[in-house]
Design a protein around this ligand. Structure first.
Ligand code: NAD
Length: 482
């Protein structure tokens, strides 16, 4: 595209989606592009009336959709995936602007989102015989709830929303998605584009902030809330859901540890650990937020890690078309939060290694890859999830000690173990109190692997066949045989 060509995205408009139709709003807000701080499009804010109408439309649609067959739902899921593939360029372009992701990251996100619909077109929950004797058969059958309220965060807006929407649709639920107000655009556009392939009211979208989210959690017509976000908001949501005894899935934050043992090949492991720390500038729920390296390899690891960051993450991070998985922080609050961690480390006199240039005065929410060498265990940067490109790297000597340090209450989501000895690696993994442990691979949820947080990192879970159970209530049929 020449520099004078009109931006094809400049004319795009965004609406909420209620009862199969786009709906405008009296109130709106604008997000800024995290790379440039330029204003993006008007984003409609949903009113209380919009929510009431969406719930009513969802409940009406559920009467038919809730009784659809798995084959009918699979056809719709595949058609929804097709909508994403057909609109990959548009949606990736929107995602780049609202999240600050590079083009390859945004394209990957659209494809991964599509893949979740395709995957759940192939997976279904069958009835199970729970008990049987000469007189009685007990059959467990999995039924949808009705209207599910799905509340998603800003870091992978299309993928994380799609996990919820695909799971809801696959199980015969209707779903209202409320995206983060920091990244409303791609989801609103996707929901609008998907309407022709869905019955009206089955998949709706309402943008807004905490107030819209809270109304959703308190609405008596919503049966279930599926939330992904911070621990603090998850706690608020659980309390709000108590009033109507809504079921909840809470996929929350994780202060994930990576444990590197003394037997590893650092040439192989360092780039993979770095990817686990810095994909999307560390803004990933299962990113490694704390790296524990065996003391005998610590100095070598640190030197190699620093060199790798300089080579791979610092050089290209400013160019959205470079094949980089690194970028700016996605919004000002997270940018300020992360800078707070770095300032705290400097104030306390810890060794802060900035890889690449500090971009003082530059527009956009940039923090260069930053290492904090061996900060104390009770430091802020170790105790709290940074959710950014600030990586504390600590030493350990004793296995029991490193496991105890890894097992913080806010670290129940994921962890990784880097260890050549397979038996030792599995033994370490089993001692980590997290929903998922990645062994010798960078952390990344897998569509077929159940994904859930332990301790403060969540309630219930998603993904894989087991994840569908979180979207269903199991009814037991006791059938007399004679
Ligand atoms: P957040 O908790 O601030 O917001 C998440 C969503 O909740 C947004 O849509 C927001 O508008 C909404 N919300 C805020 N207050 C609400 C309320 N009182 N009632 C209802 N809804 C409300 O989280 P965030 O900053 O958007 O996301 C980043 C966090 O998400 C990180 O901590 C990250 O670790 C976590 N995360 C977890 C997973 C996982 O699968 N466990 C995945 C991605 C991100």
């Amino acid at each position: 595209m020449g520099s004078n060509a009109p931006d094809p995205l400049s004319q795009v408009e965004f609406s909420n989606v209620v009862g199969g139709r786009p709906r405008g709003a009296a109130e709106s807000h604008r997000v800024v592009d995290p790379r440039t701080e330029a204003d993006l499009w008007e984003a409609p804010t949903a009113s209380a009336r919009d929510l009431d109408d969406a719930v009513e439309a969802g409940r009406a649609a559920f009467r038919t959709w809730g009784r659809s067959t798995p084959a009918e739902r699979a056809a719709v899921l595949n058609a929804v995936a097709g909508v994403l593939y057909d609109n990959e360029d548009l949606l990736a372009g929107i995602l780049m602007r609202e999240t600050g992701k590079s083009r390859i990251m945004a394209q990957m996100e659209v494809k991964r989102a599509a893949f979740h619909y395709e995957y759940y077109a192939t997976v279904q929950l069958e009835d199970e015989i729970q008990y049987e004797d000469d007189d009685l058969q007990i059959v467990g059958t999995h039924e949808p709830y009705g209207v599910i309220g799905a509340i998603s965060p800003w870091n992978f807006p299309l993928i994380l929303s799609s996990v919820k929407v695909a799971s809801a649709l696959a199980t015969g639920n209707c779903v209202i998605i409320k995206p983060s107000p920091f990244t409303p655009y791609a989801i609103l556009k996707f929901c609008e584009l998907a309407q022709p392939v869905l019955p009206a009211g089955v998949f709706q979208a309402l943008n807004g902030g905490a107030d819209v989210g809270e109304r959703l959690t308190r609405h008596p017509g919503v049966a279930h809330i599926s939330f992904t976000g911070t621990i603090a908001v998850g706690q608020r949501i659980m309390a709000a859901c108590a009033g109507t005894l809504k079921k909840v899935i809470l996929e929350l934050a994780g202060n994930d540890a990576a444990v590197v043992t003394d037997d590893v090949d650092l040439g192989v492991v360092v780039p993979k650990v770095a990817l686990g720390c810095l994909l999307h500038a560390g803004q990933m729920c299962v990113a490694s937020k704390r790296v524990y390296v065996h003391a005998s390899r610590y100095d070598d690891f640190l030197a190699r890690f620093r060199a790798h960051l300089a080579e791979t993450y610092a050089a290209t991070y400013d160019d959205a078309d470079a094949p980089s998985v690194f970028g700016p922080l996605s919004n000002r609050p997270n940018f300020e939060r992360c800078r707070g961690f770095v300032e705290d480390c400097r104030d306390k006199g810890y060794e802060v290694i900035t890889v690449g240039e500090e971009q003082e005065g530059k527009k956009g929410f940039w923090i260069p890859p930053t290492i904090v060498a061996n900060p104390p265990e009770d430091s802020l940067v170790v105790r709290e999830e940074q959710f950014g490109p600030v990586v504390p790297i600590m030493k350990w000597e004793d296995e029991e000690d490193v496991i105890a340090r890894a097992n913080l209450d806010n670290a129940g989501l994921g962890a990784s173990v880097w260890c050549r000895d397979a038996v030792r690696a599995r033994k370490l993994a089993r001692q980590l109190e997290t929903g998922t442990v990645f062994i010798n691979q960078p952390p990344q949820p897998h569509h077929a692997g159940y994904f859930a947080g332990q301790k403060l990192s969540g309630v219930g879970g998603e993904l894989g066949k087991q994840g569908l159970l979180s979207y269903c209530q199991t009814k037991s049929l006791h059938i007399a045989k004679r």
